[in-house]
Design a protein around this ligand. Structure first.
Ligand code: CP
Length: 306
């Protein structure tokens, strides 16, 4: 079976297959309402989640299936010291596919070695979050198009798994990627190295948004993730930087699309929510058709005929 662990494994054709299927499902969700009746999805979330967990649950139910949920670390036998390997081996016996979020980078890559059912990485520490990337790409395609795209990615680029996954996936398209962050939260050097190897990708790193803002089609804002900092003092040095409000956007294109994986803390002022720029709630809602498409393709072995 296929697992989805990082966006590095995805080709342009893979991405387009998922996005096209998601668009079909969004247009006519009733057509798939019973497509996976009796299918069970196992949810294993070792870290908090609102969107990823609930949109996977909604997606499975809208395909006619159901979910089993390990619950929190505190309420499961993880609390008694059960290993991740044992936990996934047990739950694969209860479910047709597994979704795993874990605080350790590499957790999904390790866990999928122990299971035969498809395992989807729903975030592994500061590593990857490839299903988020799929809904991000879907949202970009709808709002700005994926080719000849100039995107600014701003905030916590060091620990930001949504950023790592998105930047790799975008190398399948013809993109200019501008990375905007404090020096201490720059993209990991190995990611920069990998992106530089891609023919159709141009990347630049900046400490200020100002100079690049007018050229952007999309601005992807991220939260500074307090929980990932080994030292609270280091977090305090950068907390509250890179906030945007209406004044910040004065020089932006009228067509600028603003995205954020959410949750936000204070990076985007609420006054932006009602503008034509704001796409972050639409982005979160796109998680349902996109995850329906992913589950449908994985559970059907890629066979999309009704
Ligand atoms: N974007 C995202 O992964 O949100 P959650 O942490 O709420 O799942």
């Amino acid at each position: 079976h296929d697992h989805l662990i990082t966006s590095k494994q995805l080709s342009r054709a893979d991405i387009e297959t998922v996005l096209d299927r998601a668009a079909e499902i969004a247009d006519d969700p009733d057509a798939v309402a019973n497509r996976h009746a009796n299918a069970v999805l196992g949810l294993l979330f070792f870290e908090p989640s609102t969107r990823t967990k609930m949109s996977f649950e909604t997606a499975m139910k809208r395909l006619g299936g159901s979910v089993v949920d390990m619950g929190s670390v505190e309420s499961s036998s993880v609390k008694k010291g059960e290993t991740l390997a044992d936990t996934v081996r047990v739950i694969e016996g209860y479910a047709d596919s597994l979704v795993l979020r874990h605080p350790k980078q590499g957790a999904a890559a390790m866990a999928c070695e122990f299971v035969d059912v498809p395992l989807l990485n729903a975030g592994d520490g500061a590593g990857h979050h490839p299903t988020q990337t799929m809904l991000d790409l879907y949202t970009i395609r709808e709002n700005a198009g994926l080719d000849d795209l100039t995107i600014g990615i701003m905030g916590d680029l060091k620990y930001g798994r949504t950023v790592h996954s998105l930047s790799y996936a975008l190398t399948n398209f013809d993109t200019h990627q501008h990375f905007i962050s404090p020096e201490s939260l720059q993209l990991p050097r190995e990611v920069v190295y990998d992106l530089h190897q891609q023919d159709d990708t141009q990347i630049r790193e900046h400490e200020a948004l100002e100079s690049v803002l007018p050229s952007l089609d999309v601005l992807y804002v991220t939260r500074i993730q307090r929980e990932r900092f080994p030292d609270e003092n280091e977090y305090q040095k950068v907390a509250g930087e890179y906030q945007i409000d209406l004044e910040t956007l004065e020089d932006a294109s009228d067509d600028l699309t603003i995205m954020h994986p959410l949750p936000r803390v204070d990076e985007i002022a609420p006054e932006i929510d009602e503008t034509e720029h704001a796409a972050y709630f639409e982005q979160a809602h796109n998680g349902v058709p996109v995850r329906m498409a992913l589950l449908d393709l994985l559970l059907s072995g890629g066979e999309t005929d009704e």
